[in-house]
Design a protein. Structure first.
Length: 366
């Protein structure tokens, strides 16, 4: 049996402690390294990621990585150092395939095949959400040109990539992501009051402001339910000021925590609301469905592709539409229970095992 040498770089792991991109690589690399026909070389470099790929170091052909504490305003310095250290690691790996973990090509004149995963086209569709000096779109276009194969994580992302960058469809393979969250075994709610749930970052295209404004304006909802925000960082000074001015400091709650806590919070939520304007895939709805939580999501981009018939939908530009759909799902128990039942079935269509198998097949074909 011929062994295939696959090389992964440090980018996703140096920029994310937690997050969808580093979760994606963690899940399929941890499966790939158990397969005899693949030899994995992974350079985590100086990294901050918490998912634990270093724990598989004995299953890799080559490994280099030192975890460090995130220090504000040092990202650029660590990136330069990682790039310098990656060059000799790359040469020593003798890799057949380089699968970069983000859009900057840090491989130099790599002689083998290149695989690129395109997660979304948010920088191209919503450039006003990013600083002018942001190089993501430029790096992405360059890497797309050099890639021998391109993975998109949804059909919606593939369509956007073809339309915006003119990439031929035959160069692209759609490989869906999966859900990593196990249902909670804790039967009681750890929050104690009825609540609506929001998960993740709250800025830019995530559109949390629509949910907050709708919640604030709908008195009979905010008098009965709290609004729980899990993850995404503590409330900013501006957010706290807004909540204080609306008299909702005790009703809109920020909760950090691990996957076990998140599973419990999904399990006992009245509804999970996903108001994003755009997603390349969207893992939180899968997490919610796996934990028996009803999903109410925006009707844009890849989200209907993931949620299917297992969720309620609303226009993410309309506060009135969100309020109407939120009222419906909170008041109609039979509708809510039907969505939960459908959610269990919909979530089964996606898995990290399938993602890993389809990625391995792509490597073999490349």
């Amino acid at each position: 049996m011929t062994t295939m040498n696959i090389l992964f770089d440090y980018q996703a792991f140096s920029m994310q402690r937690y997050g969808g991109i580093s979760r994606y690589f963690y899940e399929f690399i941890s499966r790939l390294c158990k397969e005899e026909e693949f030899a994995i070389s992974i350079f985590l470099g100086l990294y901050i990621n918490e998912y634990g790929l270093a724990g598989y170091r004995h299953d890799y052909a080559r490994f280099c990585g030192v975890k460090h504490r995130h220090i504000p305003r040092t990202v650029r310095a660590f990136d330069i150092l990682n790039k310098l250290l990656f060059a000799p690691f790359l040469r020593a790996s003798h890799a057949n395939i380089y699968h970069q973990t983000y859009y900057a090509d840090v491989s130099g004149a790599f002689p083998g095949k290149r695989v690129l995963t395109v997660y979304d086209m948010i920088h191209e569709l919503y450039p006003h959400y990013f600083l002018k000096r942001d190089q993501t779109s430029r790096n992405k276009k360059k890497s797309i040109q050099h890639a021998d194969a391109i993975i998109c994580i949804s059909e919606a992302t593939k369509k956007d990539l073809v339309r915006l960058c003119g990439v031929p469809k035959e160069r692209i393979r759609v490989i869906y992501l999966g859900n990593s969250l196990a249902p909670s075994h804790e039967s009681r709610s750890l929050i104690g009051t009825p609540y609506i749930l929001y998960v993740g970052d709250r800025g830019a295209h995530k559109n949390f402001s629509l949910l907050r404004e709708t919640y604030t304006a709908t008195r009979h909802i905010n008098s009965t339910y709290s609004l729980v925000c899990f993850g995404g960082g503590a409330f900013s000074r501006e957010e706290r000021s807004i909540l204080r001015s609306e008299g909702l400091e005790q009703k809109v709650l920020f909760i950090p925590g691990n996957d076990q806590l998140l599973a419990n919070i999904y399990q006992h939520a009245a509804v999970f609301v996903y108001p994003s304007l755009y997603e390349g895939f969207g893992i939180p709805p899968l997490e919610a469905m796996s934990c028996g939580c009803a999903v109410l999501a925006s009707n844009t981009s890849s989200i209907p592709e993931v949620v299917g018939n297992a969720g309620g939908y609303f226009d993410p530009t309309s506060r009135d539409d969100l309020a109407f759909q939120l009222n419906r799902i909170l008041r109609d128990d039979s509708f809510r229970n039907e969505l939960i039942a459908r959610g269990y079935e919909q979530e089964k269509k996606f898995s990290w095992d399938r993602c890993a198998k389809e990625t391995m097949l792509l490597y073999q074909q490349v």
